[in-house]
Design a protein around this ligand. Structure first.
Ligand code: HEC
Length: 429
């Protein structure tokens, strides 16, 4: 029995906007690029055209890697430190060749669809990393560095409200992953339309992703008060507030994303009786001492009329994944209840998910061939809305490998699974 959550409520959503650097240094330095590595590299490829870290690769890495791989960033190694790069060359080019870094999950083979905040490398940038490997990961000379700044992330044009949990929280060091919910009350005196927002991680080295939910204020306050000795509460798939449903998910944010501006002229309603619940996924694997965190959420409300968008999930909640199963497929197809202009999608599975594909009216909207729960985010189309006629098919297809000894079913727990996608859309009359 497949349950369809009706297209009903308005909610909030996130666009992970990232400034994507366009610096694609040609694979040849100025002059010879002084290909003198620090005693490594077998002396291969000396001379004209030799690719070195300083002359060629660093300026690309600054734009494409170092919004994360800096001291205090979520990326575990600072690429600005020569002693790191000296030993990491093979890892760096290996990750790039495998397509696992930069972390960008959507397949380029989903039609010609492109998304805001695309972190993926251009072909010539990939070729540059490959050439650096082929030449033996030469560092070159620091004076060959053409310089350049780190990417600046987009910010909100104006900020209506800045919210945080009200105190610092230090994630537990005995868990690699901790999922913690905090109540953020905008205290609005009237209903608002959210047209943009930004997540600013407090302790960037441990804030691995953030999900925002909306919740009824009274219910959220009650949840928060359940354990007064404890700041915030444990939560995983959802906010764990009484009465909350899958329709209350607002947004997902992953590192590397700056401010989010919703598609022009659209916004999401936030009732005055509603608060935000911010779920922070802390990953403490790369740090010795866990720094205290106070992640901020910045909101921009509409000051004039906007078209009200909706954020509604299509869910397959009838999952049964046998122990040991590989390539196990689940999914749901429904007729679109309305003619909808879909601007973006937020696919969601848990840890056993391998692949998720979302399509509408025969169009691929997003295809994630190697799902990683840690990098979930929302994907907004760069070229505007996809119009889906009423009754046209909308599908969400999920593939799982179950390496546990239990049958895994739909649920909110870490060991349960999910198969769904949220659609940010405007119903078309
Ligand atoms: C949006 C943030 C982000 C960007 C951009 C990014 N990385 Fe990473 N990188 C991470 C994080 C976080 C990890 C730790 C592993 C994980 O959580 O997936 C990581 C891990 C790595 C690792 C170690 C993998 C391992 O576990 O052995 C390498 C090497 C790496 N990144 C290279 C790169 C390169 C090269 C680029 C740019 C071309 C890049 N990264 C861009 C966040 C980022």
């Amino acid at each position: 029995m497949k349950r369809v959550i009706p297209f009903a409520k308005a909610a909030l959503v996130v666009v992970p906007l990232v400034v994507v650097g366009c610096s694609t240094t040609a694979a040849e330095g100025e002059g010879e690029g002084d290909p003198v590595g620090e005693g490594e590299g077998e002396g291969e490829g000396e001379g004209e055209g030799t690719v070195t870290w300083y002359a060629d690769v660093l300026s690309v890495a600054r734009q494409r890697c170092m919004q994360c791989h800096v001291a205090g960033g979520i990326g575990p190694m600072d690429f600005g430190a020569e002693e790191n790069v000296d030993v990491l060359g093979p890892a760096i080019t290996g990750e790039v060749a495998a397509g696992t870094m930069p972390p960008w999950m959507p397949s380029a083979a989903c039609g010609d669809r492109r998304y805001l905040g695309d972190l993926s490398l251009a072909d010539d940038e990939k070729a540059l990393f490959a050439a650096w490997a082929a030449g033996g990961w030469l560092l070159g000379d620091v004076s060959d560095d053409p310089g350049g700044s780190l990417p600046t992330l987009p910010v909100l044009a104006s900020v209506s409200d800045t919210l945080d949990a009200g105190a610092d929280y230090t994630a537990r060091n005995d868990l690699a992953d901790e999922y913690r919910c905090f109540l953020l009350d905008p205290g609005n005196a009237q209903a608002e339309h959210l047209i943009g927002y930004e997540i600013r991680p407090g302790a960037a080295s441990v804030v691995h992703h953030v999900i925002l939910f909306k919740a009824d204020r009274t219910a959220a306050l009650a949840r928060d008060a359940e354990d007064p000795a404890d700041f915030g509460w444990q939560c995983f798939g959802a906010s764990d507030v009484d009465g909350s449903t899958m329709e209350d998910t607002l947004a997902a944010w992953a590192p590397g994303a700056g401010a989010t501006k919703f598609p022009e002229g659209t916004g999401l309603a936030l009732a005055e009786s509603e608060v935000l619940v911010m779920q922070v996924h802390y990953n403490t694997e790369a740090v010795v001492v866990v720094p205290p965190d106070r992640t901020q959420v910045l909101l921009q409300y509409a000051t004039g009329p906007v078209v009200e968008a909706m954020m509604v999930p299509v869910i397959d909640d009838d999952l049964s994944i046998a122990p040991g199963a590989t390539g196990h497929q689940e999914g749901i197809t429904i007729p679109s209840p309305v003619t909808a202009d879909i601007y973006g999608v937020l696919p969601h599975m848990h840890a056993l998910g391998q692949r998720i594909t979302v399509s509408a009216a025969g169009d691929c909207l997003v295809d994630i061939p190697a799902w990683d729960f840690h990098w979930q985010s929302s994907y907004f189309f760069t070229d505007g809305a996809v119009r889906v006629p009423q009754l046209a098919s909308i599908s969400v297809d999920c593939t799982y490998d179950n390496d546990t000894t239990e049958v895994v079913r739909f649920g909110e727990g870490t060991s349960d699974e999910m198969c769904l996608a949220y659609f940010y859309f405007v119903p078309n009359p």
